[in-house]
Every structure is written in C-alpha cells, then in structure tokens.
Ligand binder design. Structure first.
Ligand SMILES: [Zn+2]
Length: 217
C-alpha cells in the first residue's frame, strides 16, 4: 500500500489562518503531514508527502500526482489522506465552532471504511481534548451545538460526505480530515500546543494503521 498524505493549501494561499495569524493552515498541514509520514515510514510503510512544495499546488495537479501513482501501483494499493484545519468563517474574527471531523465523497466506498478507522482512533488520540470540551464549552469557547468529534450519521457512518475536488477526482480511496478550527481560539491553542499536535499526528498514524491491519485479516 502506498499511503499519500496531502497537505492543504500553500504559502501563497490568501486567508486560511487564525484571526491573530498565530497559525496558518498551509504550515500546520505541512508540519502534521511531515510528522505523520515520518512516523508511518519508521513503522515500515511506504508513506509519501504528496506536495513537498511550500507554495500552493493546484487541486488538478494534486489529483494528477495521485492518479499517476494509482496507475503505477494499482488503485487498490493506494490511499490518500488530505490534511486540513477547519474554519467557520473568513472574516478574520474568532468563531465559536470547534472539533475534529473527516469527509469522504458521497456513497459508500473504501474511503468510508478508512474514515471510520480514523474516527475510532480519534476517540483515543483526542481523549484529553474530548474530556476538556464540555468545560471549554461552559467557558464560552464553543457554542452549545458544538461537539469535539463532529459526525454525520445520516448515511450510517460517522464521516461527512462532500463533493470536494480532491475526493471526487482521485481514483483511490480518499479521505479529507479537518483537524480543529483555526478560527476558534481554544482549538487554535490546542493545535499550537505540542500535546495537541501530537494527538492529531497519533490520530492519523493509528487510524491508517488500524485500517491497513483490517485488510490483512
Ligand atoms: Zn483547508
């Protein structure tokens, strides 16, 4: 299995940052992917960074790279995880939404199975975040509707479904993760903390590991 990790956006992407600029999505995504790939490689897997460049690479080119590897190795031997941070707005103001979630394309595919493994891994890796969430909610960091793990069970599994370009135009199973909200102060502090960073890396590493192991059974 070739594991491809995509880091959203680039240094030249406008917006996509915390209101106080303490976090930029392209940078956090790159730092997360670098650590996820290093960990997966150390575990003996063929994990690769899809976009080694700092600048933004078009979605068309990202998909072309993925599909080229699918052609080389066979589509069923490739998976893609696209790593992003969420945002509730783009007006440069702090918001009250928070939490972690993953997206797949509409319909049931192998991507939904990978996403479910990531959701299961999130329960463990984000245990401290989940535990603190109600306290932070009562402090006003999150509005009353928020959940630490955001789910959409309308189609029977926890992930959200969306026709995102990278999910629709890649041949292999593809999941897009939104790790916390960069425009929520509490989430942003979590993302910037070493513990938070490690928890999100763990979630991806352990979720993919659990999926790969399930294939071998
Ligand atoms: Zn993004």
């Amino acid at each position: 299995m070739v594991e491809l990790y995509d880091n959203g956006h680039g240094i030249n992407t406008p917006g996509k940052c915390a209101p106080d600029k303490s976090l930029r999505e392209y940078k956090k995504a790159r730092d997360l992917v670098m650590d996820i790939v290093a960990r997966r490689r150390a575990m003996g897997y063929d994990a690769r960074i899809l976009v080694p460049e700092e600048k933004d690479i078009s979605l068309g080119e990202r998909c072309r790279r993925v599909n080229e590897i699918c052609k080389q190795y066979g589509t069923s031997n490739v998976l893609l995880v696209s790593v992003h941070c969420n945002a509730a707005g783009a007006d440069g103001k702090w918001k009250s939404a928070g939490g972690w979630c993953a997206y797949t394309s509409p319909g049931q595919t192998k991507a939904d199975i990978i996403a479910t493994h990531l959701y299961n891994a999130a329960q463990t890796a984000l245990a401290d975040y989940i535990k603190d969430f109600p306290i932070r909610k009562s402090n006003g960091d999150y509005d009353s509707k928020q959940q630490p793990i955001r789910t959409d069970y309308s189609d029977g599994d926890p992930d959200y479904e969306a026709r995102f370009y990278i999910l629709m135009h890649t041949r292999c199973p593809a999941v897009l993760t939104e790790s916390m909200f960069q425009d929520n102060k509490a989430d942003c502090d979590f993302l910037l903390s070493p513990e938070g960073h490690k928890a999100i890396v763990d979630l991806h590493v352990n979720g993919v590991e659990s999926y790969i192991k399930s294939l071998k059974r």
